[in-house]
Design a protein around this ligand. Structure first.
Ligand SMILES: [Zn+2]
Length: 294
């Protein structure tokens, strides 16, 4: 069957973990797996362009066909792919920006090549709820920690930089090297080298005051979690490439951040939320480890 010309419709931004879809396309891959595309899915895929939150785990359950073996098919991996109508691009890098006109952006569910699933099948997609929940808590924690870090470092700048969603100088966006969401937390890596210092950041002061900065971040986080503000994902429609925003009414104002992930619905769900800050030996990089526990 031809590749779909429309984006996959996605349910995970609203917290969906279960949904019914039709198999639009099935394609064998060189690595011995098969990519399955549905018209709609609750599965959160890895975004190769900004791979912060990893793929959901779970199964696709096909209906009992005539003589066919029905049963759960494990989803081995799940990632965003792009189609120009002729070819499915499933690489480490998307060939074009998400949302580029003339392309369809789809969730590719990777399954065993001999999994009994065919184009035209109706399937129920079931996400592992415990794993999803842990990643959602981790992702919300990550956003809060970056905002709290920006606030704690607001006085460390001697030049103007772009503000974050709450108006603090955006250290996170300016210095970020990588961000990885983990179950119940995240690990963010920041560059503190020459180019950040040139932009007016006092890296030496951060090294000298690292413990005080961590304490300030943790104080802010405790206050925000106690406030138990609601978290929502704002979006105009269910298409995969439609921009989505994480929104939370914090005491400092409404935070709105572009985000493709999944989240808690209230900050109180995060329980105890703390960060640890670590500098590497030459002081050119900092790691922020964020963890929540109920
Ligand atoms: Zn995010």
């Amino acid at each position: 069957m031809a590749l779909p010309s429309l984006d996959t419709l996605i349910g995970y931004p609203d917290g969906e973990t279960r949904g019914t879809g039709t198999v639009l396309h099935r394609e064998l891959l060189p690595d011995g797996r098969a990519a399955v595309l549905l018209d709609a899915t609750p599965f959160h895929p890895l975004d190769p362009t900004w791979p912060d939150q990893g793929p959901d785990l779970g199964v696709l359950v096909t209906g009992a066909g005539a003589g066919a073996e029905a049963g759960p098919i494990a989803v081995l991996d799940c990632r965003i792919a792009a189609s120009d109508g002729a070819e499915l691009h499933l690489g480490e890098k998307l060939p074009v920006r998400l949302g580029t006109e003339g392309w369809a952006f789809v969730v590719a569910h990777l399954v065993d090549a001999d999994a009994p699933i065919a184009e035209g099948d109706t399937v129920t997609a079931e996400v592992d709820e415990e794993h999803r929940r842990a990643l959602s808590l981790g992702h919300t924690s990550c956003h809060l920690a970056s905002l709290a870090l920006n606030r704690a470092l607001a006085g460390f700048w001697s030049k103007e930089v772009a503000p974050d969603a709450l108006g603090s100088p955006d250290f996170d966006q300016t210095a970020i090297a990588s961000s990885r969401i983990r179950p119940h937390g995240s690990v963010d890596e920041y560059r503190l080298g020459k180019s950040l210092r040139k932009r007016g950041f006092d890296s030496a002061r951060l090294a000298a005051e690292l413990d005080a900065v961590a304490a300030a971040v943790n104080g802010t986080l405790a206050e925000w979690v106690t406030g138990d503000a609601a978290v929502r994902i704002r979006r105009d429609d269910r298409s995969l490439s439609t921009r989505r925003f994480w929104e939370c009414e914090l005491p400092d104002g409404l935070a709105s951040i572009a985000c493709g992930g999944t989240h808690a619905t209230h900050l109180g769900e995060l329980g105890t939320l703390t960060v640890t800050l670590e500098l590497d030996d030459d002081g050119a990089a900092m790691r922020m480890i964020t963890m929540q526990s109920a």
